[in-house]
Design a protein around this ligand. Structure first.
Ligand SMILES: C[S@@+](CC[C@H](N)C(=O)[O-])C[C@H]1O[C@@H](n2cnc3c(N)ncnc32)[C@H](O)[C@@H]1O
Length: 448
């Protein structure tokens, strides 16, 4: 699973019925235990180990998609088709998602203000999927794309828990670690098959057409595809403590390859129940459109290890030259740690220095190093906007205000009014005051 948070909390949600009780929605119990997450497990063989009986859960236990109300405390997994309720709101034009989620998450999803909104469409065609040398397929720009532009918006094909739904662990006592994992993979594939069986034929075909980079690791074809293509999404979790994380599996978005200098931001939009991707910098026609699977500010060696989990051997220029790139990335990380402690996006105080050289130097470093998807880049644009306002240079202030607004739109998906951008997010009053003062010094007020 492609992590958005980098969290590797090893928790497992156990769905079970007491011995002798029927496995159905009324008597299912749920328990969270420390165990492995499906993206990181690997075994030599496939199928059940010798002597282990197949798990026979009943599908009815999970089939609850017609329940009108959700229990906000129920962490048991159920099958739902979203957007919900089907037929009343329709699919908002974006297609339907098959979900194996808890009521807690379903309640969260349905409570998002504006839930049921249409999935937005990019302006014209923005991308094609074609061969990416050494990486399988990839996504490429079909025209020049400006920073901030929406490139893709997609309703997921499927949302499934990161922890593997499987039989009660007590049944597996005495098994070797390898056999234990094999059973887990086998059980989980069975449950995932139910999810896939509920899909529309088009969605099922799209899912099975996705790449499986983990076909030799003992898991079934669905788990393999989830591991290869699923996104971790911070908003798609149970409860505030993220008791259970989920994997969000999309279609075209799954064709995005990893880059250590990515040119897009990925953002979940709860209202339209869609994953969206926007340009983090200007992208040229035919350029590959990329995302990041791991933290791009980590040193090359660390990234290599993390990327191996996703079956990625990155050969980009940043990875190929760690002696040059690592110190630069370390500097960027240091800058990030400095600004993380500040509420800089809401700080409209006039900067104490009006010398833009250090900031321009940093901006150049961020662009050359390709770290526009990190906050240091946005911070730099924001500070330059404020600094040029403090210098009374309205045209240059507007250049950075425009860039900062585009970057923020790409990052958050929010549309920033042009009037606000023209006014440098309010910094124009500072610029006007400075100009008036300069005018006074020369004996007359300058016209803006
Ligand atoms: C989410 S898929 C991306 C689309 C995929 N290339 C395809 O053909 O469908 C992830 C897989 O793509 C490949 N991949 C992604 N980024 C890569 C990169 N930077 N270098 C090499 N392979 C990459 C790896 O095989 C990885 O497991």
């Amino acid at each position: 699973m492609i992590s958005s948070e980098g969290s590797n909390a090893e928790l497992r949600l156990r769905i079970y019925a007491e011995p002798g009780e029927e496995f159905n929605s009324k008597n299912l119990k749920v328990k969270t235990e420390v165990v492995m997450k499906n993206p990181h497990v690997k075994v030599e063989k496939m199928g059940l180990p010798v002597g282990v009986k197949p798990w026979e859960p009943t599908l009815d236990a999970l089939r609850n998609d017609s329940r009108p109300f959700t229990d906000t405390k129920d962490l048991t997994l159920h099958l739902y088709t979203l957007p919900f309720p089907k037929g009343e709101q329709g699919d908002g034009g974006g297609g339907l998602t098959e979900c194996l989620i808890s009521d807690v998450l379903k309640h969260k999803i349905l409570s998002v203000p504006g839930y049921g909104a249409r999935v937005p469409k990019p302006a014209g065609t923005t991308y094609r999927v074609s061969e990416a040398a050494g990486k399988g397929l990839g996504v490429f720009a079909t025209r020049d794309i400006q920073m901030g532009e929406l490139i893709m918006a997609e309703r997921p094909l499927m949302i499934t828990p990161v922890v593997m739904p499987s039989r009660c662990t007590s049944e597996l006592q005495g098994l070797s670690h390898n056999d234990f994992v094999q059973v887990k993979l086998h059980d989980a594939e069975k449950i995932f098959e139910w999810v896939v069986d509920r899909m529309t034929p088009e969605n099922r075909e799209a899912l099975m057409a996705l790449t499986n980079s983990h076909s030799l690791e003992g898991g079934g074809p669905i788990i393999g595809r989830v591991k290869t293509n699923g996104f971790g999404e911070s908003e798609i979790v149970d409860g505030p403590g993220a008791e259970c994380q989920y994997s969000v599996l999309c279609d075209a978005l799954s064709r995005l390859n990893h880059s250590c200098s990515p040119n897009t931001f990925r953002k979940w939009c709860g209202a339209s129940f869609s994953m969206q991707m926007r340009a983090a910098r200007d992208i040229k026609k035919d350029e590959e459109i990329t995302t990041h699977y791991v933290d791009i500010l980590h040193p090359a060696k660390g990234r290599k290890g993390q990327l191996a989990v996703y079956a990625v051997k990155c050969t980009c220029v940043v990875c190929a030259n760690p002696e040059i790139s690592d110190p630069i990335r370390a500097k960027c990380l240091q800058h990030l740690q400095q600004i993380e402690r500040q509420d800089w996006q809401r700080d409209f105080d006039v900067p104490t220095s009006t010398n833009p050289k250090p900031l321009l130097g940093n901006l150049d470093m961020y662009v050359k190093s390709g770290v526009e998807t990190t906050d240091v880049y946005g911070y730099c644009l924001f500070m330059l906007m404020k600094m040029y306002a403090a210098r009374g240079d309205i045209p240059t202030m507007r250049v950075y205000s425009e860039k900062y607004a585009r970057w923020q739109s790409a990052r958050t998906g929010l549309v920033i009014p042009q009037e606000l951008i023209d006014k440098g997010f309010g910094m124009i009053s500072v610029a006007e005051m400075v100009l008036r003062m300069k005018g006074k010094m020369k004996g007359k007020a300058k016209k803006i």
